[in-house]
Design a protein around this ligand. Structure first.
Ligand code: MG
Length: 383
């Protein structure tokens, strides 16, 4: 029996993780569930899964949560610090990091230091602190297993292989809802258009990141750290069908890929069962029905965020942290209709020029960079 702490259990990845648990109650236990603000959903989940602990990060919801669960033998905590405490609990085997954004960094550090296995769904952690996190995981012998579908596909393609034999990673991208839009059309796209992802049902933040392709940029950075490859070894392929979830080319020219219908529960389950595979209910791939699979080069002119992420990775230091923070501010501002789609990339690009560069940042430096970039970016937007 594996005991899981699910950070962000009420979000898209969190609820699908609980669905995996529901299919294998003899293998997994939801030991700790946490949410940021979705208190009603957390109450509902606690009633169904009977965890040992629940945490609501926003302390304003603490009383409501505690009262609603008073009849259950569940410990109720609140606040950001409590997130760091539950991931270290002795009974926890694996921490599923499914919360959004930079907020995932601190609890992931705490979990790695407590030698927990990380099922990584919070890619921002590796974007902002890839070097520090991979070093820390190595020192503490904590495995970081990818939940992101592309990285799970790469991981699955590498089973039985020596990672020194990787020639290239073929990272696939759906291209998002604006794949075929002209530059003129892109100038006037709205948030509700951006939220219509063609293949994947996801949370709002990552759906907007997919529409700008910043999500793919972040995944390039994530792949660099997870698989120890050089940035120039990672090539993005726009693949609108989202069937080839990514592939690896080896030194002898062999290419291995993982294919399947778009369903996040598969990579979630694989991160929890690796190196085993368990049955999973769901749709199956029908290649006869699909007929063909197509691939295109990404267009960095129309999707500058992807290029900015490559630039940030090449510059290194705290630059990816600057890009992440500016993107979080811009992403939210676009959702609130305070800025246009085109201004997302503009704001990130300006932040990259303006915020103090640090070549070898410590974790404290990164917290400072994050705060500085958010403050600066917010000020630019409200000007
Ligand atoms: Mg992905």
């Amino acid at each position: 029996m594996k005991r899981l702490a699910i950070l962000g259990s009420t979000g898209s990845i969190g609820t699908q993780t609980l669905d995996v648990i529901r299919q294998h109650p003899d293998r997994f236990e939801a030991y700790a569930l946490t949410a940021n603000n979705s208190v009603d959903k957390l109450i509902e989940q606690a009633r169904e899964y009977r965890p040992e602990v629940v945490v609501i990060a926003n302390e304003a919801h603490y009383e409501k949560l505690q009262e609603a669960l008073a009849d259950l033998p569940v410990k109720v905590f609140a606040g950001a610090q409590a997130l760091c405490e539950v991931v270290q609990m002795d009974a926890v085997d694996t921490v599923v990091t499914a919360m959004v954004g930079f907020a995932g960094l601190r609890p992931t550090v705490a979990a790695i230091k407590a030698h927990k296995t990380i099922a990584l769904a919070n890619k921002e952690t590796l974007v902002v602190a890839g070097q520090l996190m991979t070093d820390l995981a190595l020192q503490n012998r904590a495995a970081i297993l990818p939940v992101d579908s592309e990285h799970s596909a790469i991981f699955q393609s590498l089973v039985g292989e020596d990672s020194n034999d990787i020639a290239k990673i073929l990272l696939t991208a759906s291209g998002g809802p604006f794949r075929k839009f002209t530059p003129e059309q892109l100038r006037s796209v709205t948030c509700s258009q951006a939220l219509q992802h063609p293949n994947w049902q996801m949370g709002a933040k990552i759906t907007i990141d997919s529409a700008t392709m910043m999500n793919k940029g972040f995944e390039v950075i994530e792949a660099r750290w997870l698989f120890g490859v050089r940035p120039e070894q990672i090539e993005v392929y726009v693949h609108p069908e989202s069937i080839v979830h990514s592939a690896v080319e080896f030194q002898d020219g062999a290419v291995k890929a993982q294919l399947g219908v778009p369903d996040m529960r598969l990579p979630i389950q694989y991160a929890l069962t690796y190196p085993e595979r368990l049955p999973l209910e769901g749709d199956r791939l029908d290649l006869f029905h699909l007929g063909s699979l197509t691939f295109e080069r990404p267009d960095l002119e129309r999707f500058p965020c992807l290029g900015l992420a490559y630039d940030a990775l090449a510059r290194g230091g705290n630059m990816p942290c600057i890009v992440n923070a500016a993107n979080e501010v811009a992403n939210l501002a676009f959702r609130k209709e305070e800025i246009t789609y085109g201004q997302i990339a503009e704001l990130i690009s300006k932040a990259m020029q303006h915020i103090t560069f640090i070549a070898n940042p410590t974790l404290d430096d990164l917290f400072h960079t994050d705060a500085e970039t958010r403050q600066w970016s917010s000020a630019i937007i409200t000007q």
